[in-house]
Design a protein around this ligand. Sequence first.
Ligand code: SF4
Length: 325
Amino acid sequence: MLKINGLVSGGIITNYKCSSKCRHCVYASSPSWPNDYMTASTAEEIFSILKRLGCHSVHIGGGEPLLQPKKIFPVLEAAAKNNIDIDYIETNASWYKDESSTKIILRELIKHGVYTLLISIDPYHNEYIPFYKVKGLVSACSKANMRVFPWLMDFWDDLDALDDSKPHSLQEYADLFGEDYLWNLPKRYGLNLRGRALKTYKPMMRMESFESIIKNSLPCNLLSGVYHFHVDLYGNFIPQSCSGLSINLSELVHGADANKYPVFYRLETMGIKGLVEFAVEEYGYKPKSKYAGKCDLCYDIRNYLVLDQKAELSDLQPADHYRFI
Ligand code: SF4
């Protein structure tokens, strides 16, 4: 059985669809995803479970949660009904058009108990979103009494060094600040190298032999991240740091059957070695000689299962994570 007895603080993924396809995105969000959004009834169910598990506040992320601002309000109402506070909503500012229309949305968010926006400020987002939108949103927040949690101020001057009326590629940053700019970004950003971030940085990572990865295999302890878990619009519990893996939250609370979640179970209890054995024995996976670490091997197997074998496994959901990475 896979079971959790308590959760402290985490995030709600209201939608995976996004205006951008950022190269650092752990959740592989992009404009290609279906236009699905968390419904009021799913939100009600999730928040009542979280409350029972001792979680009293969440942040909201995506995708871009404010892509369609009206769709967030039923989710916020469900949170309020269950006495769950909203720590902040993450946003990339792509929806900013002008100050007056933005202030209307901000005031409505405040009425619904949202007092802080985490606004993305980094070169990855700037490949898609011109910096003037970020500046405009920050200014509108200050006028509407919405607090801003800038993520990250450290990049403000970098972005401000380029024309703020249009997006800029990472290569433009490398041209301006030096060729190692892209390589140094993960450390400055505190990036988790999973999802699309792993795909972006894999060519620059040190390769390790398959045997060495297996020799050092340890349980991944996916259920121990009680402070930064996520629950998505489909009711999936997504473990801290490891996207593309999921267990239905309501099943997890009562004890999810390990046979229904073989990938998750093996990673949780045995680590990458257990997943390799499963993929080789059940699906004929053939390991390569080298990988960019255990998480690269893990992704290679999961891609093989979902994309090549078309295996509809309950723990590799949503499958679009693999399609749109
Ligand atoms: S091996 Fe897989 S489950 Fe374990 S930490 Fe890496 S990505 Fe996550």
